[in-house]
Design a protein around this ligand. Structure first.
Ligand code: SF4
Length: 372
């Protein structure tokens, strides 16, 4: 039997082999569940349809159920793989573990639960506690990290942050298509027939942590109270229990009081264990209330023994501290108006009785609002 070589067949299989050898460029989109990051994903997909594009979502485990609907729908309709990573702990649990009540001045939930998780994975290949894939079949090559370009959904209003973000993510190349291409984010969701995240419809500026951002301000919390009263109520209770827990913890370990009022170290360990037993189940969702716990300051008799208050929000202090500073030639008057804790419980009372005193323009600032 004669066997004839078909030259065209040879060329075809050659080019197929070569095609297989061509490495596709890796592109990772920091996908936050917000509109802007979706628009970036769409832009990258349309610009580089043949490349290896990944949607990457870092989960605080505290998101709105609708956010998970949204990110899944985006992944399905864009036909892009979605990788979800999480440190396995919520911002509230993080505060409990650190014995710290975060607010817009302190606290690193966005850094530890989002940035750190992402950078440990992408720079050091350290996998976090939780990993989940959606639409893994759309991944075009297994190594999606090598020489990847990272994309952020940051708009022109955050132009000043561009440089710092690019520096933090070296050696990766960073791009921000919303800034570089002046893309308007309207209409893209309509094009895919995707319903926008519920939180935007409720008037929130961002789709983070189900509206419970601990770094948010009065205007934001007013909207939460109005549009999701049950979430506000639960958040208010959690803030109260957290502040009592943190206050008790600090009290037990307080070194700033005179020696005779300090709790002896042999008792501290026992008291800290008792505190942990009282609150751990509550903050990890095992029970609806903490166990009965009496703050040790409640039975103390000296002026040092106080239950200190902590809160997510702050407001300007009523009693400015006035002091006089003197150098060789001048006497200065120094007025400080330190901010005071403003608990959600106090906020709710004020909102009910004197709503005109709420600062609607104070929506607060949060790393997550602008990081991804
Ligand atoms: S949205 Fe607020 S509470 Fe949630 S992780 Fe970011 S900073 Fe923390």
């Amino acid at each position: 039997m004669r066997f004839e070589l078909n030259h065209n067949q040879g060329i075809d299989s050659d080019s197929k082999r070569k095609e297989k050898l061509v490495l596709r460029k890796n592109r990772i989109i920091f996908f936050s569940g917000g509109r802007a990051s979706f628009v970036v994903a769409d832009f990258v997909k349309k610009s580089y349809p043949d490349d290896n594009i990944l949607l990457y979502f870092t989960d605080t485990l505290w998101e709105s159920p609708d956010t998970y609907r949204f990110i899944k729908e985006c992944s399905d309709k864009l036909k892009l793989p979605l990788l979800i990573h999480s440190a396995g702990i919520t911002p509230m649990q993080l505060m409990f573990e650190k014995k710290l009540v975060f607010n817009n001045m302190i606290g690193d939930c966005s850094k530890l639960l989002k940035m750190r998780v992402a950078s440990d994975y992408l720079k050091k290949q350290i996998k976090p506690k939780v990993e989940r894939w959606l639409n893994h079949q759309f991944l075009k090559q297994a190594d999606f990290i090598k020489d990847a370009t990272l994309y952020f959904g940051i708009g022109i209003e955050e132009l000043h942050r561009e440089e710092a973000i690019a520096r933090n993510w070296r050696p990766f190349r960073v791009e921000m298509p919303l800034i570089d291409n002046m893309i308007r984010i309207d209409n893209v969701l309509k094009e895919y027939n995707i319903m926008e995240p519920e939180l935007y419809k409720l008037g929130f500026a961002h789709n983070n942590c189900n509206g419970r951002c601990v770094k948010a301000g009065q205007g934001h919390y007013r909207n939460l109270k109005k549009t999701m009263p049950e979430i506000f109520q639960k958040h208010m209770e959690e803030e109260y229990h957290l502040y009592m827990c943190v206050s008790a913890y600090r009290y037990i370990l307080d070194k700033s009081v005179p020696d005779e009022n300090q709790i002896p170290s042999h008792l501290q360990e026992e008291m800290l264990q008792e505190l942990d037993d009282a609150y751990r189940g509550y903050f990890y969702g095992k029970c609806t209330k903490p166990k009965l716990y009496i703050h040790p300051a409640a039975s103390a008799s000296t002026r040092y023994m106080k239950i200190k208050k902590y809160s997510f929000m702050k407001r300007k202090g009523k009693n400015p501290e006035v002091s006089q500073l003197e150098d060789n030639e001048h006497l200065y008057t120094n007025v400080r108006n330190p901010s005071e804790p403003f608990t959600l419980r106090e906020f709710a009372l004020l909102e009910n009785s004197k709503p005109e005193q709420i600062d609607l323009f104070d929506i607060g600032g949060c790393g997550c609002f602008v990081q991804f």
